[in-house]
Design a protein around this ligand. Sequence first.
Ligand SMILES: Nc1nc2c(ncn2[C@@H]2O[C@H](COP(=O)(O)OP(=O)(O)OP(=O)(O)O)[C@@H](O)[C@H]2O)c(=O)[nH]1
Ligand SMILES: [Mg+2]
Length: 426
Amino acid sequence: MRLYIIIFNKVIPLEEAILVGLDLNTDKTFEQSMSELANLALACDVNVLHVITQKREEPNVKFFVGEGKVQEIKQAIDTYDANLVIFNDELSPSHIRNLEQALDIKVIDRTVLILDIFAKRAKTKEAMLQVELAQAKYFLPRIVGAYKYLSRQKSGTGSKGPGEQQLELDRRILRDRVSKLKKDLAQVVKVRRTQREKRKKNDIFTVALTGYTNAGKSSLMNAIIDTTSTHTDHYAFNKNMLFATLETKTRKIHLNNNRTFLLTDTVGFIDKLPHHLIEAFKSTLEEISEASLILHVIDVSNPNHENQIHTVEEVLKEIGVDHIPIFYVYNKSDLLDDIPITTRVHSVFVSSITNYHIQRLLTIIDNELYQTMTTVRMMIPFTDGEVYSELKDSSNILFTEYQADGIAVEVELNEEHYNKYKKYIK
Ligand SMILES: Nc1nc2c(ncn2[C@@H]2O[C@H](COP(=O)(O)OP(=O)(O)OP(=O)(O)O)[C@@H](O)[C@H]2O)c(=O)[nH]1
Ligand SMILES: [Mg+2]
């Protein structure tokens, strides 16, 4: 029984909403964050009727917003005939309970919206398990709210009423489901790890695309494929919507100097990304942690892009990949009147739509990846044919010629391979 999905479904069909945001003074991005919330609501087919905000030093203990604000929200619910209130911050179980009691209406938060969008977009088994796990973990401490009406049927004798019994039972079912999901996910992750290990053994460099949702990661991947491949084979789903990509996708890219690397597209980040989601998506995000180079894709046309960079960097820190070299790719520069002189080192302005500076980006990637490589000439006797096969799998062969006494190759070697194949080097 997928209990929380049922609870979840009770939440989502309600679709005439009032948005509520608490501006904790320190938040310079408050307005953008609220318009992002409206976009998240839109992506969940929720109609936004009205927006209420409040400035406070800190959240109210009981209602998150002040008690006076609760009255204002109540009035707005009547005026606009709303059937849902959405808060911009993740609410605690008791905040939800108190607010639902005071307002007599369903109250959800930004996290529920993000989880719902992820649930809609998940296509692979791994992504579905990850989202379901994050949802289950979010709802486990909160299912009590869904039972407030049942709980009123408490028996007069002090023993547990049917509502409470049902609640305990459902909590247990949900807890069992969490364990089952974790187990299933571990299995899927094992398969993915084995695949990655295989790739690692082959010693091919991996470049990971990361960045805020809608920055243009998938579009950039398409642009790079377009620029480097002879046949157009668009790979990735790029759409003007939040979280278009949930699955990581990897493609082998051939540069025009015969060098190759693997390019991986990943899930986008957003401000206040639910912690359970980051946890659940750890296995997907591990792909980033194995990369030799991270391309941080930025939507430079978004006035809020500096804050988005900051959000992405925070998540990268959280998943422990802040040691990998990062290159900043300012995408959508076709939308700018002028290309600004950025203060960031390691950055390039590109456009994935017009292909502006994609070739330059490829040169940068090439230099970055292959700076530690040495190009050598080798002569491999026919009797050591397996060495040639190893090289073909593991390294970048620039030139091959079958000669009388063996195979002559020109190849790029890393330090480890240089030492390993020393005796063949001419
Ligand atoms: N004008 C312009 N639009 C772009 C550019 N790159 C991407 N876009 C548009 O931006 C939107 C988002 O692009 P995606 O490639 O899906 O973005 P993403 O970063 O993969 O997004 P998620 O997968 O949701 O994280 C799409 O409508 C693209 O057409 C660009 O260089 N210029
Ligand atoms: Mg994408």
